[in-house]
Design a protein around this ligand. Structure first.
Ligand code: CP3
Length: 344
């Protein structure tokens, strides 16, 4: 480990070193709950333009760190830049969320794997710019969506409560689905390797839609693709630090951790603290405050945050929410939470 690595408490925790107070970041920490984000958002025509304009994306990435004493910056981008770079039509409709032209078995053949890293050059430029602007004790987090989660949007064309379109596609179109997952695994490996080379200290695999899968589908669609990504990235970046966030994995967590070999496991807010006891001792966790507790604030938030810090005090712990911060979150509640986690 180099000097600079040791000096970053969050990175050190991901690498297995427990800190006296847990370092913290907040999932989706740059975004609409910040007035300065809403203001800057108006400077880009579309959300994807914002992601692809390094000058603006660097500023958005830095915004939450200017306000709060967070231990990491997370690259400002989106998980759906991969389908966009592969050539699928991706739009973000204000107030509704992402809309994609649903992929067909024939469309999968036309996905342009070779184009992914070249088309995502602006995102890599953002990482370089953030790295240059970031204090040396702050960790820079890169990310991508995990293949199953990205595939649910590519197949369904939008978010859905049960991912039924993708689950059916996976069961009916075995060969086409396998090809799609292969493309996404390969694209994710290249993209994450490029992120490390552009300055990311650690990357997170967002498997936001790991829930709603039976155990066979979970093993095939979540565990195996994430395992291949970790293996593929580490073949090029030895010992690359990787956080896995398989939201809703529940009883499948130990199998996910053992097979993927991620350094740290992100726990969603529905996971009881005791779920950590099902993981090997010494394996670190991240989480897992309910984002709505942060919206409501006050004594209930403080009590639960203390329980989480105490509950994970026997292993490396990165404090975070159990899912992304929501736009309704009052900024003073975030400030209070950061103070509490920092022991102030
Ligand atoms: O954490 C950060 O601050 C970095 C930026 C980031 C965004 N999206 C910015 C964003 C990250 C890490 C993501 C990940 C992401 N994107 C996930 C996984 C995490 C999770 O919450 O489960 C998913 C499923 C997406 C796909 C996506 N992007 C959806 C469903 C939406 C619409 C819903 C929403 O929150 O608006 C987006 C849009 C999006 N991505 C916004 C931001 C700030 C809002 C769009 C806007 O400001 O116009």
């Amino acid at each position: 480990m180099t000097e600079t690595t040791v000096a970053k408490p969050l990175l050190a925790t991901v690498l297995g070193e427990r800190q006296a107070r847990p370092p913290m970041w907040i999932m989706r920490q740059a975004g609409r709950y910040l007035p300065e984000y809403r203001e800057l958002r108006t400077k880009a025509k579309t959300f994807l333009d914002l992601c692809y304009t390094p000058e603006l994306a660097i500023e958005v990435t830095m915004q939450p760190l200017r306000r709060f004493d967070l231990d990491a910056a997370i690259l400002f981008s989106d998980i759906l830049v991969i389908p966009d770079a592969l050539g699928q039509t991706v739009r973000f409709v204000t107030g509704e969320g992402p809309r994609l032209e649903p992929i067909t078995p024939e469309g999968i053949d036309r996905l342009a794997l070779d184009e992914v890293v070249p088309r995502l050059t602006p995102v890599l430029e953002t990482l370089k710019g953030v790295k240059a602007a970031l204090a040396p004790d702050k960790t820079l987090i890169g990310f991508c969506g995990s293949p199953w989660t990205v595939a649910t949007y590519m197949i369904g064309g939008k978010g859905s409560p049960d991912q039924a379109a993708a689950r059916l596609f996976a069961l009916r179109e075995l060969e086409a689905f396998a090809r799609l997952m292969d493309v996404l695994v390969a694209a994710s490996i290249e993209y994450l390797v490029a992120q490390f080379r552009a300055g990311a200290d650690v990357v997170q695999l967002f498997e936001s839609w790991a829930l709603n899968l039976d155990e066979v589908a979970f093993a095939a669609n979540v565990i195996e693709p994430n395992r291949r990504i970790v293996e593929g990235v580490r073949a090029q970046i030895p010992n690359a630090p990787i956080i896995g966030f398989p939201r809703g994995a529940a009883a499948m967590l130990p199998a996910y951790a053992a097979a993927t070999k991620v350094n740290l496991i992100g726990l969603d807010y529905a996971s009881p603290i005791s779920v950590a006891d099902t993981l090997p001792s010494g394996l670190g966790v991240q989480g897992n405050l309910d984002p709505l507790r942060l919206v409501a604030g006050g004594a209930q938030m403080e009590r639960r945050a203390e329980e989480i810090i105490e509950g994970f005090s026997n292993r490396p712990h990165v404090f975070n929410l159990g899912h992304g911060i929501v736009p309704e979150t009052p900024i003073d509640h975030v400030a209070r939470l950061v103070d509490l986690v920092k022991g102030r």
